[in-house]
Design a protein around this ligand. Structure first.
Ligand SMILES: [Zn+2]
Length: 426
């Protein structure tokens, strides 16, 4: 018997998709975080049913002669897919370019697309990228990102945050005009870095005004090392309904504990979320370190974790890997593995305004299968991954590890992959 059947939910308005309809996919023999081994049937972009292994049939053909729409996930842990809440796709993969980052449209589109696919391969099926607007690049980088977004549709869901430099005084007039144009063009989030404007409060006010005019969420950069400024920002941001997110907020970790704790309470009271960047900063604010995730969580702040710079000059070795962000939260910051994974999946989706994903009937089919049996094992070693977006397998990464032939692993019955024969030349 299936353990779980579609529940009344927003999903029930979607047309139902039975096992014989095109687009149905059966994920077989996957292990869930609670230890159960199950089959999961996907259709119309949603999870249709979850049942004990073998209970949902053996898969089927989509058309005569077509391959069976069935994926064997034996040996894999099946998780809600991660989302990337803080990327910088317009500067990604530019670390090895001599001179300033080229903002030629084609170059931005190519680097952005390559970075998004790399992050998709890691498991992120939704991605929010900050994009510079104004100054030399004008709206060119944003236009290139929006082109990339269209081309990536069906593989990964992309949203762009317009990030102007200055918004106050004479110099800010152009930034304001550019920001309004950026939102009209298709940037669905308003952002930037108030700390670099001569009038940070004025900058925040301008961003909030434009966001509420257009019904957009706000996603601002701050190091959060000035408690008075942060308190003002929280007080101003509390009223914006589509939501306000701050990141990377590493400066909070450098404040005395009682001061940081009071700031966390103010953010929680205002409903402001924080995106931490455990894999390194993003160059926009450069205080170093990571936001105090446990302190923020215990104050009731919604905390997600993103990857920040992906091989641009501020982090030439950036990986853009959500599982590594979760690993760092667990390994270095003492966050429980389940909470660390939630920071890059459930909380990250919430920061992006996306609906919740659980491996249960009725929820969006946004999934990541990783070779392994437990979440801690997967955060320790996650080489082999299968990524599902809108009910379809959109990325696979495979790794096979081989050891030079030895009797040791056979004698001890150790798990292994590959052959057990000597390597040539060994
Ligand atoms: Zn950033």
């Amino acid at each position: 018997m299936p353990d779980s059947q579609p529940q009344p939910s927003p999903s029930s308005s979607d047309p139902p998709s039975g096992p014989d309809e095109p687009g149905t996919l059966l994920l077989c023999g996957a292990r869930l975080m609670d230890g159960r081994v199950v089959d999961v049937r996907l259709g119309a972009g949603r999870i249709e049913a979850v049942g004990t292994a073998g209970s949902l049939g053996t898969g089927r053909t989509t058309a005569p002669g077509a391959p069976v729409a069935r994926v064997d996930l034996a040996g894999h842990l099946l998780l809600p897919a991660p989302a990337e809440p803080h990327a910088h796709g317009d500067t990604a993969l530019s670390a090895e370019i001599d001179g300033p980052v080229p903002y030629d449209g084609q170059d931005v589109q190519r680097r952005f697309t390559e970075a998004a696919l790399l992050q998709l391969g890691h498991g992120a099926t939704a991605l929010r990228s900050h994009v510079h607007v104004g100054d030399v690049q004008g709206l060119g980088a944003l236009a290139a990102v929006l082109r990339a977004r269209r081309a990536l549709r069906g593989l990964v869901e992309v949203t762009a945050v317009a990030m102007p430099r200055l918004l106050t005084g004479v110099a800010g007039a152009e930034g304001l005009a550019m920001l309004r144009d950026a939102v009209k063009m298709g940037a669905s989030v308003v952002g930037g870095c108030p700390d670099v404007d001569p009038d940070p409060a004025g900058y925040v006010e301008a961003v909030l005004d434009i966001a509420s005019e257009h019904g957009c969420p706000v996603d601002l950069h701050t190091d959060a090392d000035d408690p008075a400024r942060l308190a003002r920002l929280a007080a101003m941001a509390g009223g914006l309904r589509p939501g306000v997110t701050l990141g990377p907020c590493a400066g909070l970790a450098r404040l005395p504990a009682p001061v940081a704790s009071r700031a966390a309470d103010q953010l929680a009271a205002a409903g402001v979320g924080v995106v931490a960047l455990p894999q390194g900063g993003c160059g926009t604010v450069d205080g170093g370190g990571t936001a105090p995730v446990r302190l923020l969580r215990s104050a009731g702040v919604r905390v997600a974790a993103g990857s920040g710079a992906l091989r641009d000059v501020s982090n030439p070795v950036g990986r853009g890997d959500p599982l590594e962000a979760a690993y760092l939260l667990a390994s270095r910051d003492g966050v429980r593995a389940e909470d660390a994974y939630d920071a890059v999946s459930g909380a990250a989706r919430a920061a992006l305004g996306l609906p919740e994903v659980r491996v249960e009937a009725g929820f969006p089919a946004e999934l990541l299968a990783v070779r392994g049996e437990t979440l801690t094992g997967v955060l320790s070693l996650a080489y082999t991954r299968i990524v599902v977006h809108r009910g379809r397998v959109v990325a696979r990464t495979s790794a096979v590890r081989e050891f030079c032939g030895s009797a040791t692993e056979v004698a001890l019955d150790l798990p292994r992959q590959g052959r057990g024969k000597p390597f040539p030349g060994a």
